[in-house]
Design a protein around this ligand. Structure first.
Ligand SMILES: *Cc1c(COP(=O)(O)O)cnc(C)c1O
Ligand SMILES: [Zn+2]
Length: 411
């Protein structure tokens, strides 16, 4: 543990940790559901303490944690493999390409990192219920981590969430409330709920510790690459909170004197859910009017963390790009066949972005160390890639029949 204060990312006022819970009380007053969050709080640690205590030969990451590990749920979250993807990297002119396989988290997505820390915070505060709105993964993550911690999860989901995610949260004992309408409608309802009926709200970026939880992926990358930061990280963006978490993790490492420069962050959005991309390109925010993509986890009209997301791209000299559903499915197939990492469409979106960057004028140089975040497990949504999969017909159980159909079997 290291002491920290919350600092408003808009007005930069500072607050003691238990003085505030969600948004900056001053700037947050201007927030209403339907616009990107304002007054998002950032945890600012005592970097001198981190510098003094951090031992490179035995890294103690609790120095970067906002919640004392005594409150952590028992389930192990994070610590996911960083997979070298040499074969794919060669085809892209990037021999030092890695896939961070966050589908290997307990509920199958990177969202476990945020749910883990907010649930630890609920334990610290003695809150019996944690509430969230989610397109699916944040909710199944919260349900899973709450089951481990013995805390009640209450979840508002848009009615079109994929079945596997709904099954996960119901089985884990969460109270699940499907809401007619979009994710944005569910988000709004969950805010009304905690404002009037209590519980700790885990909505992404609304609770500042969601960003702190997600930043652990950067701390792990730093450690897994031999105590250095990569040159570039590719991530898909819906609400822009994983992006902010990545940014925050590297900023913390920089403040603590452990890295000099921030890696370039590349945020990839679906073509029809592109509010952050347009915000970065034009400097003016507007909603994605009718978000629709096969990558359900990044289908968002009004990304809650748009302002921080834009700052993360500008500060790291990164880029945003959009990709089509067809590019996402192609990328998913290539990534699975070329590395063994099967990630849901929202995870493959990051890889689709890398394919696009390497095919264009801004291709990354051969010596760049590049990480693609595979944010969720492929089994989360097996319907999505069905159009790319031909399951062979059954044969007679004879060798002759195998011979005849060998071609069909190799797709
Ligand atoms: C939530 C999610 C994302 C996007 O994260 P944001 O913080 O909403 O930008 C990407 N991939 C998967 C699998 C997710 O669940
Ligand atoms: Zn403020």
């Amino acid at each position: 543990m290291t002491a920290f204060v919350y600092r408003c990312t808009d007005c930069r006022r500072e607050y003691a940790r238990d003085e505030v819970r969600y948004l900056c009380p001053t700037c947050g007053a201007a927030y209403r559901p339907g616009i990107p969050l304002v007054g998002v709080l950032e945890a600012v640690f005592d970097a001198e303490h981190q510098r003094a205590k951090f031992d490179r030969s035995r890294p103690d990451w609790s120095l970067f944690s906002a919640v004392d590990p005594v409150h952590y749920p028992p389930l192990m979250v994070g610590h996911t493999p960083l997979v070298p993807a040499k074969r794919l990297g060669e085809t892209l002119g990037l021999p030092a390409l890695f896939i961070k396989n966050d589908g290997q988290n307990p509920s199958g997505s990177l969202k476990d990192r945020a749910s883990f820390l907010v649930t630890a915070e609920a334990k610290r505060l003695g809150e019996a219920q944690v509430v969230c709105a989610s397109t699916g993964n944040a909710a199944s993550a919260l349900a899973t981590v709450c089951a481990s911690a013995g805390v009640q999860a209450l979840i508002f989901v848009p009615e079109k969430a994929p079945r596997a995610k709904l099954v996960q949260m119901v089985l884990a004992g969460a109270r699940v409330i499907p809401v007619k309408g979009t994710y944005d409608d569910a988000f709004k309802l969950s805010l009304e709920f905690t404002a009037k009926r209590g519980g700790l709200n885990r909505n992404t970026a609304y609770h500042p510790l969601t960003i702190e939880g997600k930043k652990t992926v950067s701390l792990e990358l730093f450690e897994q690459l031999g105590l250095r930061a990569p040159d570039a990280v590719f991530v898909s963006a819906g609400d822009g909170v994983i992006l902010a978490g990545l940014h925050k993790g590297f900023v913390d490492l920089q403040r603590a004197g452990l890295i000099d420069t921030l890696p370039r962050l590349f945020a990839i959005q679906a073509e029809k859910s592109d509010a952050i991309h347009r915000y970065v390109e034009t400097g003016t925010y507007s909603d994605a009017p009718n978000p629709s993509t096969i990558a359900d986890s990044i289908s968002v009209s009004c990304p809650s963390n748009s302002h921080w997301a834009r700052r993360a791209i500008l500060e790291t000299k990164g880029r945003t790009l959009t990709v089509t559903d067809s590019e996402i499915l192609d990328a998913q197939a290539q990534l699975t066949a070329g590395s063994g990492v099967f990630t849901e469409p929202a995870g493959a979106t990051a890889y689709a972005g890398l394919l696009k960057v390497q095919a264009g004028p801004g291709a990354l140089p051969r010596d760049a160390q590049v990480v693609v975040l595979a944010t969720g497990h492929g089994l989360k949504d097996v319907d999505a890639p069905l159009s790319r999969v031909k399951i062979p017909a059954a044969i007679e159980p004879t060798l002759d029949a195998v011979g005849e159909t060998a071609e069909a079997i190799t797709r």
